[in-house]
Structure formats: structure tokens, C-alpha cells
Design a protein around this ligand. Structure first.
Ligand code: SF4
Ligand code: FES
Length: 253
């Protein structure tokens, strides 16, 4: 197959890909932004947030799990798809406790940044007010399940990069929740460390490092200054090996 055949088109822009890349991989490598929350370069995809859904003809597919194939004509940045992404973001907001002004992650939160990016002005749906347990047992790390969007990133990071398998998602539908694989089910009993990628990868304020609250003032945080699209396009795309050294850096962001 010649190199010229290894291209896809996203919103009429021609993009090269290498066999084995997903549509998301190819798009990010070409600096084309497809909104996403559960994708993280170098980790295997889980396909569960559905923010990255794009259209190929009359099929809707997740860009993070669908292999790029020659001559695919993909629509992503359309009013209809962005409206669907906004509705999904609104659902994530009402399923959890995302009271941004009272959350330490404000300004660094990808869910909040996604809401800004998609022009979300209200929750639209009624709040669930779910009761979910907070785990403050670890000396360095807080887990607030009420803010968890079940993106599975900490699960994959702990298993694939940290080699600890600290987290898992149990239950289904509205009963789905994050569990800790330790004898007591508490973080204090687990080998989780504050430098682990699993600790620092959380896109929202569900996993926070203690004693660091508000070190960076509100107004000077990542998404106070850049959109999630700009930030994603600036990010280095690391391999899994490099991810092993990336955990601590992410705590600064
Ligand atoms: Fe995702 Fe954070 Fe929940 Fe883990 S704790 S599943 S990283 S939102
Ligand atoms: Fe593709 Fe979440 S980024 S489903």
C-alpha cells in the first residue's frame, strides 16, 4: 500500500495515519481536536465517555476505539455532534457532585473545561444527588466518588503503567462506582502513591492530592488561560513507557 493511500479525511481535512492507529490517534498526531474525556495517549482506549463519537457515512463510531482506514470520510466538528457532546457533558454534571466553585480542581478540571468548550450554560437535566462514599483514609490522597465520572482512566493507569491494579469499576448503570482493590476497600490499605499516574490522571476532582489545596490560585490555572482544545493540542503525546515518569508532572496541572 502506498503512503498516499494511508489518509483519512476529518471534516474535509486530509490526515495521514499509520496502520494500527485509531481515528483519535491519527487526529491528535495531526493536531486535529476531537473532544474526549476518557482517552489518554499511550493508554488502551475504553470507549466509555462517548464524547469522541464521530460519523462515517450514516454510522456513529467512537474515534478512540475505531481503527483509521484508508479513505474514511469522517464528520466530527458539526453542530449536531457538538450538541450531542454537550448533552453528554450535562449528564455527567448531574450524575455527580460537580459544584465547581467549591472544588479544588476548578480551573484544572477537564469536565469543566469541556463544558466551557461546548458552550454549556446550564445542567439542563435534574440533579441525581447520588450518595457515594468519600475515602479520606490515605495520608496523601483523597478519593471523592461523588465527583467520579467513571472514565476508567485511573483503573487503566494503575494497571497498565503503575503495575498496581489499585482501582476497578463495579456495578452497572446508575449503580456503577469506583472501588479500591485492597483488603479493607480503603485507599490507606492500597499501594497507591501520590506520584502514581493513577493518582494524577483524574480529569476531575475525584482523586486529589492532600495538602496542596489552592497552591495555584484560581484564575491562573490551566483552563483559566487556555481552552481544552488548545491544551490538548499542546500536549506531548507520550508512549506508555514515558507515561511511567509522567505522573508527578501532571499534579502540577
Ligand atoms: Fe476517572 Fe477520576 Fe473516576 Fe478514576 S476517579 S474513574 S480517573 S473520574
Ligand atoms: Fe472515546 Fe471517551 S474518548 S469514548
Amino acid at each position: 500500500m502506498s503512503a498516499i493511500q494511508n489518509t483519512i479525511r476529518i471534516d474535509n481535512q486530509e490526515i495521514p495515519f499509520t496502520p494500527g492507529q485509531t481515528i483519535m490517534d491519527a487526529a491528535l498526531a495531526a493536531k486535529v481536536y476531537i473532544p474526549h474525556l476518557c482517552h489518554y495517549p499511550g493508554l488502551p482506549p475504553s470507549g466509555n465517555c462517548r464524547l469522541c463519537v464521530v460519523e462515517i457515512g450514516n454510522r456513529s463510531v467512537a474515534a478512540c476505539t475505531t481503527p483509521a482506514a484508508a479513505d474514511q470520510a469522517i464528520c466530527s466538528n458539526t453542530p449536531e455532534l457538538n450538541q450531542a457532546r454537550k448533552a453528554l457533558t450535562q449528564m455527567l454534571f448531574v450524575e455527580g457532585d460537580h459544584i465547581c466553585p467549591s472544588c479544588e480542581k476548578t480551573g484544572n478540571c477537564k469536565l469543566q473545561a469541556m463544558a466551557y468548550y461546548l458552550g454549556m450554560l446550564d445542567d439542563h437535566f435534574p440533579q441525581f444527588y447520588q450518595r457515594r462514599e468519600i475515602d479520606a483514609s490515605h495520608p496523601d490522597i483523597l478519593l471523592d466518588r461523588k465527583r467520579c465520572i467513571l472514565c476508567d482512566l485511573c483503573v487503566r493507569a494503575s494497571r497498565e503503567v503503575d503495575g498496581k491494579n489499585v482501582f476497578a469499576i463495579a456495578g452497572r448503570g446508575t449503580q456503577a462506582h469506583l472501588i479500591v482493590n485492597s483488603p479493607s476497600g480503603k485507599l490507606a490499605d492500597s499501594p497507591l502513591a501520590k506520584t502514581d499516574l493513577a493518582t494524577t490522571i483524574c480529569p476531575v476532582g475525584a482523586i486529589l492530592i492532600k495538602q496542596r489545596g489552592y497552591q495555584v490560585p484560581i484564575g491562573k490555572r490551566i483552563y483559566d488561560q487556555h481552552t481544552i482544545r488548545e491544551t490538548t493540542m499542546q500536549e506531548h503525546i507520550p508512549s506508555c513507557d514515558k507515561l511511567k515518569h509522567k505522573g508527578h508532572q501532571d499534579t502540577e496541572r
